[in-house]
Design a protein around this ligand. Structure first.
Ligand code: V47
Length: 383
């Protein structure tokens, strides 16, 4: 085992890829703290003691969704079903206005695949946000949604993305990846974009200069080897395009969905996945321990297991709360900073593109390029 970790550590030092076999051996390895130590050393090489957070807002403007994913507690199949909703662009405007505060930098938008909306709805939504909330970077629509738009409105991925960029799109969130294994997708999410389509959307986005995030849903019916394979496919696309900013592992939540019989992953599972993803995705700069999904305490501990980001204030998350998350609805910036500092990390507010926000400028938030030594490590990834 020490041989394995020694080999892995020297591969990380040399910037070499970890093999599929080594990834599987890491999954089998019972000494989680030794794996965490390797992941943490690499995390500190890249980011020093910094943990990033941001000031963001989550909007889900419709939960009507044609796809019938077994793990999802958020979606409703049809308009008119109990709790199904679709905000008009005006309603979305009102919803944001009630929650927007000066200093917020990002809106994260993920929706259901709603058959009743035309493409103009999405363009108008983005244009409204750009016009009325210009300080917000718009991180919107998973690759699954982009694929759905392309099929439904007879456009290529590039055409869809170009139109959305023109309307204000700034980057793509990482959702919808689930597990790339087609065996697993057949069981849990058979009627949406497949793995190759998910990857192809991100490739198209990166080729247009958009940054994006990536995710992996774990804790349903997958095998460890399928998780390793998923991570290696993300790593390989990153080697090709360099467009991923952050990886967010997503732990299955089992309330309010048709997989409720499955137990949720344990804390040890969560921390192992954080550490393994830091090691296997050596070329993706940031690993995000999303506090809403992990819970604040695990997200805090994850900052010593390879993670260097905790996500943001969030404000009214729905997807995980409907699936049983007991995390609060939102965290204030002082609360986020307290949690990060108590983990022995230096809290740094960032914008969506990981530029630090200068909190010292009175009354206004400014982006500064490299105020924090921690991000100097990013040069390692660029070289
Ligand atoms: O795509 C849905 C997952 C994702 C459940 O890019 C579930 O910065 C576990 O992608 N149990 C949406 N997971 C969330 C997401 C995300 C979140 C925060 C930040 C970013 C980012 C992206 O949530 C879905 C799906 O993979 N999901 N239901 C569930 N019951």
């Amino acid at each position: 085992m020490h041989n394995l970790l020694g080999t892995i550590e020297s591969k990380l030092e040399q910037g070499e890829d970890i093999s599929f076999k080594e990834g599987c051996e890491l999954f089998e390895c019972s000494d989680l703290l030794s794996i965490a130590a390797v992941a943490n050393r690499y995390r500190e090489k890249l980011h020093g003691k910094v943990t990033y957070y941001n000031w963001n807002l989550h909007l889900n403007s419709t939960n009507v969704c044609e796809a019938d994913c077994l793990f999802c507690s958020f979606a409703r199949l049809k308009t008119g079903d109990p709790e199904a909703y679709t905000m008009s662009v005006e309603e979305a405007h009102r919803w944001i206005s009630q929650r927007y505060r000066p200093g917020m930098t990002e809106i994260h938008i993920v929706n259901g695949l709603n058959p009743e909306l035309d493409f103009d709805y999405y363009e108008s939504l983005l244009r409204m946000i750009r016009r009325d909330f210009p300080a917000l970077h718009i991180k919107a629509f998973t690759a699954v949604e982009i694929h759905y738009f392309a099929e439904k409105f007879a456009m290529s991925y590039t055409q869809v993305l170009e139109k959305l960029i023109d309307a204000g799109l700034g980057s793509l969130p990482g959702g919808g990846a689930e597990v790339f294994s087609e065996r697993v997708r057949k069981k849990i999410c058979r009627d949406k974009a497949n793995s190759q389509q998910w990857l192809e959307v991100h490739r198209a986005a990166h080729n247009l200069g958009l940054k994006s995030n990536c995710t992996m849903l774990y804790g349903t019916v997958e095998r460890p080897a399928e998780l390793v394979e998923h991570l290696l496919q993300l790593r390989d696309l990153q080697s090709e395009t360099g467009g991923f900013q952050a990886f967010i592992p997503l732990a299955f939540h089992n309330e309010g969905n048709r997989m409720a019989k499955l137990p949720s992953p344990t804390g040890m599972d969560d921390l192992r996945i954080v550490a393994l993803s830091r090691i296997l995705l050596h070329n993706i700069p940031h690993i995000k321990a999303y506090w809403v999904m992990l819970g604040i305490k695990t997200a805090q501990i994850a900052q010593s297991f390879g993670a260097n980001d905790i996500d943001g204030t969030v404000t009214e998350e729905k997807i995980y709360h409907m699936a049983g998350s007991r995390s609060p609805d939102a965290l204030s910036i002082p609360e986020l900073r307290r949690v990060i500092e108590a983990a022995g990390r230096i809290p740094v507010e960032r914008d969506t593109l990981y530029r630090p926000i200068d909190l010292n400028t009175e009354g206004s938030y400014q982006q500064s390029d490299n105020r924090y030594g921690g991000s100097a490590g990013l040069a390692i990834l660029a070289s």
